[in-house]
Design a protein around this ligand. Structure first.
Ligand SMILES: [Mg+2]
Length: 126
């Protein structure tokens, strides 16, 4: 699989952050990019749509990233979709919890486009 062929879901309550991440993904020639504003939206979107990768924010209203990861892992359809948690420095201690819940990798904010690219390739074994 080429990195440009993947379909990515960005879950973040900040539209600015979604736009920043989206721009980086486009610079990687990824064209299939979906967005959700929180865990509730993401889970509803994923009930009838498949993606190859989820980039998930930690702190979000309604359903945070950790709860979302737990819920996705309970469902057969999303049990093994790769998830990268995007956290702030302050949330770093929560990373272990996220990995235990089933997240595959994590990236601390702020990050460079190169760091995100590397993390995606590493997570998808590309
Ligand atoms: Mg947030």
């Amino acid at each position: 699989m080429e990195i440009s062929d993947i379909k990515v879901l960005i879950v973040d309550d900040s539209s600015t952050m979604r736009r920043i991440i989206g721009k980086i993904l486009k610079s990687m020639d990824i064209t299939e990019i979906l967005q959700a504003a929180d865990g509730v939206d993401a889970i509803s979107l994923l009930s009838d749509t498949s993606v190859d990768l989820i980039l998930a924010d930690w702190n979000m209203p309604r359903m945070n990233g950790l709860r979302m990861v737990k819920k996705l892992r309970e469902k057969r359809k999303t049990a093994s979709v790769p998830i990268i948690m995007v956290t702030t420095e302050a949330e770093r201690s929560s990373v272990v919890e996220a990995i235990k819940a089933g997240a595959n990798n994590y990236l601390a904010k702020p990050f460079t486009p190169d760091a995100l690219t590397t993390k995606i390739k590493e997570t998808l074994h590309l």
